[in-house]
Design a protein around this ligand. Structure first.
Ligand code: GDP
Length: 195
């Protein structure tokens, strides 16, 4: 599929009513603020700044939709868990992301990014509990910060705990896991088109 190299911003939704109508199959990305989500999206589409990497974590509170050619969408959910975000913004996050995750028939799978150095935080687990998407992939980000032995250990631990998800080590810096991740998402989206 050529789509990943043709990724283009489609629109941002700040409220449930702003979500574009469901149509083409889409894959959503979720994770704590600063986990490396924008960097991962940029690495996957081979662009420097499709998704903006944030200097101030937790400020983006929109769901951003990107087209992959005509065929599919990538969806960047706002990051969660940044301590200094005020309560109303946190509630807005829950309302927006909750509505999206509950009501999106075109969502074929979800990618949850967790920092490889401290995966499965309380909020990561909460999010996982909400997910009904059939396909789940966990990316253990910033894997370049861990030794090979630590990488192996964390991969085994997370795989053991999240038996219904696929789990990959990932680094936007070394590009570890980038091709595997893109291959898997292409499979999901192709299967989604056939469903
Ligand atoms: P987001 O808030 O989840 O979108 O995270 P960003 O992509 O903006 O990244 C947050 C910070 O982590 C930035 O300083 C990035 O340079 C850094 N970062 C992102 N991915 C990696 C990675 O794979 N390895 C390392 N070492 N740093 C990363």
């Amino acid at each position: 599929m050529k789509g990943f190299s043709q990724a283009a911003f489609l629109r941002a939704a700040g409220r449930p009513g702003d979500l574009p109508p469901a149509g083409r199959p889409e894959v959503a990305f979720a994770g704590r603020s600063n986990v490396g989500k924008s960097s991962a999206l940029n690495a996957l589409v081979g662009r420097k700044a499709l998704a903006r990497t944030s200097k101030t974590p937790g400020r983006t509170q929109t769901i951003n939709f990107f087209e992959l050619g005509e065929q599919a969408l990538l969806v960047d959910l706002p990051g969660y868990g940044y301590a200094r975000v005020p309560l109303p913004v946190r509630n807005q996050w829950r309302e927006l992301v909750g509505a999206y995750l509950r009501e999106r028939p075109s969502l074929v799978g979800i990618v949850v990014l967790m920092d490889a150095r401290h995966p499965l935080t309380v909020l990561d687990r909460q999010l996982f509990g909400w997910l009904s998407a059939a396909r789940k992939l966990v990316l253990l980000t910033k894997a370049d910060k861990l030794s090979r032995a630590m990488q192996k250990q964390v991969l085994a631990d997370v795989r053991a705990e999240l038996a219904d998800a696929q789990v990959l080590l990932f680094s936007s810096v070394t590009r570890q896991g980038v091709d595997e991740c893109r291959d898997l998402l292409e499979q999901w989206l192709a299967a989604g088109r056939a469903e």
